[in-house]
Design a protein around this ligand. Structure first.
Ligand SMILES: *[C@@H]1O[C@H](CO)[C@@H](O)[C@H](O)[C@H]1NC(C)=O
Ligand SMILES: *[C@@H]1O[C@H](CO)[C@@H](O)[C@H](O)[C@H]1NC(C)=O
Length: 177
């Protein structure tokens, strides 16, 4: 029955991937003028980011004046120390779009001198699909629970019953989700 559960889970996962995980463009800070030195801790971009569940495929959109600012993608160490000398990537144009192409943390700091030290920085943690959808796996279906009772003596009938449960289980999973 473990196999049938795995099958249902994969089917549900595939279905979810196609139906729910539409890539989004996310305006950083939710406002056009968010990429700046925060006035207070509560206005920091990291506070804003806490309210989001970033997924692989989403893009961050940055709005700022390219004359005075930029966005640097850096390592954790550079993020912590506000070291702007050798970023992984640099985004210098207004409306720069940064695709979140993997799970895990992304570290951004301002390229404007001294701004990072004053709090103009952002960490975004992208959840992996598997971890993200774990909470949505279906409850065991009634079909599955009847499985052992239906598969008593011969292994052939057990197999047949197992297949039946698998198919019904898949349908059940598809219908539910
Ligand atoms: C942001 O700027 C765009 C134009 O660049 C404008 O259309 C949009 O309404 C602005 N959004 C906000 C929230 O100010
Ligand atoms: C900043 O990073 C560069 C490259 O990793 C390094 O050579 C430099 O010493 C760092 N600067 C400071 C102030 O830590």
């Amino acid at each position: 029955m473990a196999f049938s559960r795995a099958l249902i889970s994969s089917l549900v996962l595939i279905f979810l991937l196609f139906s729910l995980s539409e890539a989004r463009d996310i305006l950083v800070g939710g406002k056009n003028d968010s990429w700046k030195i925060p006035a207070s801790e509560s206005e920091s971009l990291n506070r804003w980011a806490e309210g989001y569940r970033f997924q692989i495929g989403d893009s961050l959109v940055w709005k700022f004046d390219p004359q005075t600012d930029s966005v640097l993608l850096v390592t954790k160490k550079e993020y912590v120390t506000c070291n702007t000398t050798s970023p992984i990537a640099e985004y210098k144009e207004d409306n720069s779009k940064v695709k979140l192409d993997r799970s895990g943390p992304f570290y951004f700091i301002s390229g404007a001198q001294g701004h990072c030290d004053k709090g103009q920085k952002l960490t975004v943690v992208v959840v992996s699909e598997r971890r993200g959808y774990m909470g949505l796996s279906p409850a065991p279906s009634p079909m599955e629970n009847e499985g052992p009772a239906m598969a008593p003596t011969s292994s052939a009938s057990g197999l047949k019953a197992g297949m039946m449960v698998m198919i019904l289980g898949s349908l059940f999973g598809m219908v539910l989700f």
